[in-house]
Design a protein around this ligand. Structure first.
Ligand code: FDA
Length: 305
């Protein structure tokens, strides 16, 4: 119930104006977002790298409606990759890109062209790009663009959402040599026709997808904070004889940092997804939708002012 309220709010421009302008939001945002600019992104990356963690940086923004905005987003990524390389933060840090921020919903060829430029800049900086997964209406286009990008940049990563009924099939397609696949539960409001609705069904689907990826030939990136799924992934790594450099765990900035440290200390690669920029509204609403404790945190911040 709460989940659907926050996911509906994520798409409301009226709520966005209201919440983005509330001074109290700043404190909450700071917990989940590294800051507004490239300097903040670099500072957070340096701190994580010093703690032995890998990084995937996301310049916040989605559902871009104009070519100008899409071009500005591409420019942000090109600047970021140059700065990461200059600061010696590659290959520890890679970037995550939302194709909708590059104008996918306006002109998917433009989004492809910009993504290709970002992949080339990442390669020059000695690192990689992962394409985030967005709502299900974009999945076909995103996976088609991924396949095109991988012709020149085979290390380009995909994100698959376990809640989508189609995803087991997509896992089979992508569990191939050289392919990097981030498996997450999925963060958007999706209809029953395309997505499992109950938490139990999503968890079961996650484990089926995990089995396909861990037994396949690609590089699985296990994106979850769920202790049961993390334990199952560790078990599957042993079962399928995967060494520490043949898969990785991924978590979000500000979520379960002590678990990130524990897994890294146990010898696993742990990559932290670090969002930055001022377009944090949709991202924050999805985090609030995921966890009642995050809402309580938001509520406490509201009432303490
Ligand atoms: P879930 O939120 O169901 O939590 C399960 C359990 O984990 C909880 O019951 C609790 O035990 C524990 N837990 C969770 N948060 C905790 C906290 N703050 N403190 C303590 N315990 C906590 N989605 C998408 O649609 N497209 C994408 O491209 C991405 N990309 C992405 C990258 C990375 C690196 C991550 C980690 C996640 C994404 N996601 C995503 C988001 C993803 O789909 C999902 O919404 C969130 O990760 C939340 O799901 P969990 O698997 O963490 O479990």
């Amino acid at each position: 119930m709460l989940r659907s309220v926050f996911l509906a709010a994520a798409g409301s421009s009226r709520m966005e104006r209201l919440i983005s302008s509330a001074p109290v939001s700043k404190g909450v945002v700071r917990r989940f977002v590294a800051g507004a600019g490239v300097d903040d992104a670099l500072r957070a990356s340096r701190e994580l790298a010093d703690d032995g963690l890998a990084i995937s940086l996301d310049y916040l923004g989605e559902d871009t409606l104009t070519a100008e905005q899409a071009t500005a987003t591409r420019d942000q990524y090109l600047t970021l990759l140059g700065r990461l390389s200059g600061a010696g933060l590659t290959p520890a840090a890679e970037v995550s890109v939302k194709l909708s921020a590059l104008g996918q919903k306006v002109d998917d060829r433009m989004a492809f062209g910009y993504a290709q430029e970002i992949c080339a800049a990442a390669a020059a900086a000695g690192t990689t790009v992962t394409l985030d997964a967005e709502d299900h209406t974009t999945t076909d286009s995103t996976l088609e663009i991924l396949a095109e990008l991988r012709k020149d940049h085979p290390g380009t990563g995909a994100v698959l959402q376990a809640y989508l009924r189609r995803t087991e099939g997509d896992c089979r397609e992508l569990a191939t040599t050289g392919s990097r696949v981030r498996l997450c539960k999925g963060a958007y409001a999706e209809p029953e026709s395309v997505a499992y609705q109950s938490a139990l069904d999503v968890d079961k689907a996650y484990v089926r997808c995990l089995n396909i990826l861990m037994s396949g030939d690609g590089y699985p990136m296990i994106a979850t904070h769920d202790p049961r799924l993390i334990a199952i992934a560790e078990d599957r790594a042993r079962w399928f004889d995967r060494s520490a450099d043949e898969f990785e765990f991924q978590m979000l900035y500000g979520v379960r940092p002590e678990e990130q440290a524990r897994l890294a200390a146990a010898g696993h690669t742990v990559r932290v997804y670090v969002p930055y920029g001022d377009q944090w509204y949709g991202y924050l609403m999805r985090r609030l939708a995921e966890r009642p404790a995050n809402v309580a945190f938001f509520g406490r911040a509201l009432t303490s002012k």
